[in-house]
Design a protein around this ligand. Structure first.
Ligand SMILES: [Zn+2]
Length: 266
C-alpha cells in the first residue's frame, strides 16, 4: 500500500515508474535524515578537538544525566604539525567513545579559512534543524584564531536561519532556544563568565577525552611541567575555585539565564 499512496501523492496514477523513483530518490534521503530524536545539548566545534578542551566536563556531566549530547565539527582541523587525517579520525573515535556522545558529525567546511558565508550558514542551519538542540554551546567571538571568530558569528547566523519558514533549507524549521558561549585557549584573556558549570565529578573523564587528541596536545610538545594538558586541567581547577568547587568550566550568555527556584543558584 505505501508505494501506491506515495505514487498517487506525488504524480497521480499516470506518473511513470521511473519518474516516481526519481522523485522518491530526491525526497526520501532528506526525509530519512529528519528521523532523529532531538538533542538536549549540541556543541559547535570549529575543529575536532575544541569540544573536549573547552567543555568536555559539561559534556560528561550531561551524559551522566542521560541527556542527549552531540558535537558538530565545522572543519577537519588539518593540516597541523603532527596530525594527519587518519590520526584525527582515530582520535575522534576515541574521544567520542570516552564521552559516550549521542551524535557527532563533521560538516567539512574549510580549515584555516572558515568564513561566516552563506554556504556555511546553510549547512550549519540545517544541522541545527536536524538535531533540534535545546542548548547550543558555541565558541566565544573574542579569540585569536580566525576560524573561531568566524564560527562564533556563524552560530548566530545559522541559529537565525534555522527558524525561517518558506525557505529551501532541509528539515523542519526550528529555533534553538538557548545559545551560550564557551572559551578556547588561543587568547590569554580572563573571560567574564556568566555561568560556571561544576564539573568536579567529571574532571577525569574530561582529561581522558582531552588526552585522546594526542597528535594535537601531546605529540612533539615539551613534557616538562606545565604541559598543555596541565594548563587545561589547571584552568578547570581555577574555574572550580571561583564557585567553591574543585573543577569548573566557564560559559557566557549574552541573554539572561532564567531560574525558577532559589536553589537553582546554589
Ligand atoms: Zn579550534
Amino acid at each position: 500500500m505505501a508505494p501506491v499512496q506515495t505514487r498517487d501523492r506525488i504524480g497521480g496514477k499516470d506518473a511513470g515508474r521511473d519518474s516516481v523513483i526519481r522523485t522518491l530518490s530526491r525526497i526520501l534521503p532528506r526525509r530519512a535524515q529528519t528521523i532523529m530524536d532531538p538533542l538536549d545539548l549540541l556543541v559547535v566545534a570549529p575543529h575536532p578537538d575544541d569540544a573536549e578542551i573547552s567543555v568536555g566536563g559539561i559534556i560528561a556531566a550531561s551524559r551522566a544525566q542521560n541527556l542527549r549530547v552531540g558535537v558538530v565539527e565545522l572543519t577537519d582541523g588539518e593540516p597541523t604539525p603532527h596530525g594527519t587525517h587518519e590520526k584525527r579520525a582515530a582520535e575522534t573515535a576515541a574521544a567520542t567513545e570516552i564521552l559516550d556522545l549521542t551524535w557527532r558529525h563533521n560538516l567539512g567546511l574549510p580549515n584555516r579559512s572558515l568564513q561566516a558565508d552563506l554556504g556555511a550558514r546553510r549547512v550549519l542551519a540545517e544541522a541545527f534543524r536536524l538535531t533540534r538542540p535545546r542548548v547550543i554551546l558555541a565558541p566565544w567571538r573574542e579569540d585569536a584564531h580566525p576560524d573561531h571568530v568566524a564560527a562564533s558569528q556563524l552560530c548566530d547566523d545559522a541559529r537565525f536561519w534555522a527558524k525561517l519558514s518558506r525557505s529551501d533549507l532541509a528539515h523542519e524549521r526550528y529555533h534553538p532556544p538557548m545559545l551560550l558561549h564557551y572559551y578556547s585557549i588561543h587568547l590569554r584573556i580572563h573571560p567574564a563568565a556568566s555561568v560556571v558549570f561544576d564539573i568536579s565529578d567529571h574532571i577525569e573523564k574530561k582529561m581522558n577525552a582531552v588526552c585522546a587528541w594526542h597528535s594535537q596536545l601531546i605529540e612533539g610538545r615539551p613534557d616538562e611541567h606545565p604541559t598543555v594538558i596541565d594548563d587545561i586541567r589547571d584552568r578547570a581547577r581555577y574555574w572550580g575555585w571561583t564557585i567553591g568547587r574543585r573543577y569548573g568550566e566557564p560559559l557566557t550568555n549574552r541573554e539572561q539565564v532564567g531560574i525558577r527556584r532559589l536553589d537553582d543558584l546554589f
